[in-house]
Design a protein around this ligand. Structure first.
Ligand code: HEM
Length: 316
């Protein structure tokens, strides 16, 4: 709110640069004293990006502090937070900058990546796109304006398409690193206290014992009678797929992400017919960045359906 466009663009550029270098900066998790010297240039780049983040975020944080932090925005909630395990201290400015950065990256890159995977499949399988468009039209008819949040509840196939996207192409193939607090026996293996553990999210969604023809994109599996009917995404009953993690540290943005995905997919399919751009066959090969993205980003033609078809929009 009330942040100038130029600053928003600067924040976006800084976050993008950090994300783009995310994998190469991970080297500093190992023997930092050594790697900081060996990879000095990379270290300097990381430090300068971090300074840039502080310059961009801290004046905004300070403005909320001076305004009394009495709203319900994310920064206000962090300013009011105290940490009981650490003598009820407040968060430091550095911690607040890190959490803002995490929130911006975790909340945008994931959803945007997933949206691209879903659209790629709808371009590749036009019959699914038509079925989806028919469902949307059946609910909203020829009404003006966009498909609204409350309309989405009546669209089971839309939900199935989004869930199939998350099963087949989860944006994260692993979770954030977790650790066990005490020595734990798991399936005959001893996991020592403090050991870092993770979960192969991408493979869990491809388990042949749970999913029929798991590598195929088949939204129907989430409709009544399918093996994914009523799937539990939080992992409290069972775990068949876990694109958002599970349990206590499950993604706090899950409901918002599902809403965004359903909302964007429904509106994009209602407004446009999506098809392959000339000479650009959809290629579902993946590539690891911060999220698992399309190696060749989707290039498709979007033909307007509800406006006079004067233009064909090339969308990337
Ligand atoms: C399709 C979209 C999304 C997917 C697939 C996704 C997935 C995940 C996963 C797998 C984790 C790690 C969970 C774990 O380690 O156990 C996570 C954490 C997180 N997500 Fe999401 N996420 C999405 C969207 C969002 C959105 C929209 C927001 C915020 C608006 C968000 C905020 C966060 C935050 C703050 C964390 C860190 C939580 C913690 O440290 O405990 N995510 N997400």
């Amino acid at each position: 709110d009330r942040v100038e466009d130029a600053r928003v663009r600067d924040i976006e550029a800084t976050q993008r640069e950090l994300l783009g270098n995310f994998l190469s900066f991970q080297v500093f998790s190992f023997l930092p004293k050594v790697t900081k010297v060996v990879c000095r240039r990379r270290w300097e780049k990381l430090v300068s990006l971090r300074r840039r983040q502080e310059e961009l975020f801290l004046p905004l944080v300070q403005a909320r502090r001076e305004a009394g932090a009495d709203g319900d925005c994310y920064v206000d909630s962090m300013l009011k937070l105290t940490i009981p395990e650490d003598g009820d201290r407040a968060l430091t400015d550095g911690e607040i900058v890190s959490l803002c950065s995490e929130f911006l990256s975790a909340g945008t890159d994931t959803t945007a990546t997933e949206l691209q995977w879903i659209l790629a499949n709808l371009v590749k399988y036009p019959a699914m796109q038509d079925r989806l468009r028919d469902e949307v039209a059946g609910v909203v008819g020829a009404a003006d304006g966009e498909v609204r949040e409350e309309d989405l509840q009546a669209m089971p196939y839309l939900k199935a398409v989004v869930l199939e996207g998350l099963r087949r192409h989860p944006p994260g193939h692993y979770l954030l690193p977790h650790a066990v607090h005490e020595d734990t026996m798991l399936d005959g293996y001893r996991v020592p206290a403090g050991a870092q553990i993770n979960f192969a999210v991408g493979d869990i969604g491809l388990n042949e014992e749970v999913w029929d023809a798991p590598s195929e994109f088949r939204p129907e599996r989430f409709l009544p009678g399918g093996e994914g009917e009523d799937v539990d995404l939080t992992g409290s009953k069972e775990i068949k797929m876990m694109p958002f993690g599970a349990g206590r540290r499950v993604c706090p943005g899950m409901a918002l992400a599902l809403l965004h995905l359903e909302y964007f997919v429904a509106n994009l399919v209602r407004e446009f017919q999506w098809c392959e751009a000339d000479g650009e066959e959809v290629d579902l090969t993946k590539k690891l960045e911060l999220t698992v993205v399309m190696k060749r980003p989707l290039k498709a033609k979007a033909v307007p359906l509800r406006l006079p078809p004067t233009a064909t929009i090339a969308a990337a």
